[in-house]
Design a binder for this molecule. Structure first.
Ligand SMILES: N[C@@H](CCC(=O)N[C@@H](CS)C(=O)NCC(=O)O)C(=O)O
Length: 214
């Protein structure tokens, strides 16, 4: 019998969305539990997540945590892992690079000092975002339209889901419609991923987030 999957996250795309993309890609039914912001302090005590954070994916009651490790697990289940250790390294290296970029944005977002925050944003927009996005764009060109190994893997869905979140969370952050605007290989990758029938259907039918900011 197929395992029972239950994803618990907040009512937003965020770190839960790559997992939702991957489950949908594999046509895997799952409970999409969305915790309202107001219930979180109480639930944090009762749910008692291993690291005190979400997302969690329960697989037949076993609690999986850490969104990248969960995405790798689901990516493997749905047939989007590499074919050998070297391919898996390449996928992981690209995912780790998405993480590096996300942390730079997070550092800016959480900075309390206004002066410093302004400087962090300037560095992000002028240097860090172009640096990372150009690398991803080069990889998409080199790897036949994908971020690694020349075929669709879980990093492609992971990346587009995170960009989907960032574009929704920080509209017009770089003065363009999307962080990907102008990166032709990444725009093509987005079309590839969002054009997959399962992802297209998910994007058309997924719930609208109740809130975006934690
Ligand atoms: N490294 C963790 C980070 C998880 C994380 O930062 N979760 C945030 C939401 S995106 C959270 O649970 N915040 C509420 C809290 O820390 O109480 C992962 O990737 O799963």
């Amino acid at each position: 019998m197929a395992p029972h999957y239950k994803l618990t996250y907040f009512d937003l795309t965020g770190l839960g969305e790559p997992i939702r993309y991957l489950l949908n890609y594999g046509n895997i039914p799952f409970e999409d539990v969305r915790i309202p912001k107001s219930s979180w302090p109480d639930l944090k005590d009762t749910l008692n997540p291993p690291l005190g954070q979400l997302p969690l994916l329960e697989v037949d009651g076993e609690v999986l945590f850490q969104s990248i490790a969960i995405s790798r697990y689901v990516g493997t289940v749905v047939g989007l892992a590499g074919s050998n250790p070297l391919e898996n390294w390449q996928i992981d290296a690209a995912v780790d690079t998405v993480f590096d970029l996300r942390i730079k944005i997070f550092n800016w977002y959480t900075e309390q000092n206004e002066e410093l925050k302004k400087e962090l944003k300037e560095t992000l927009v002028r240097e860090q975002l172009p640096y990372y996005l150009s690398k991803f764009d080069e990889w998409a060109k080199k790897y036949n339209g994908y971020l690694a190994v020349g075929k669709l893997t879980w990093v492609d869905l992971y990346f587009i889901a995170i960009i989907d979140f960032l574009d929704e969370f920080l509209p017009g952050f770089i003065g363009k419609p999307s962080l990907l605007t102008g990166y032709s290989n990444l725009e093509a990758l987005k079309n590839t991923v969002t054009g997959l029938p399962q992802i297209k259907k998910w994007l058309e039918t997924r719930p609208k987030s109740e809130y975006l900011k934690l």
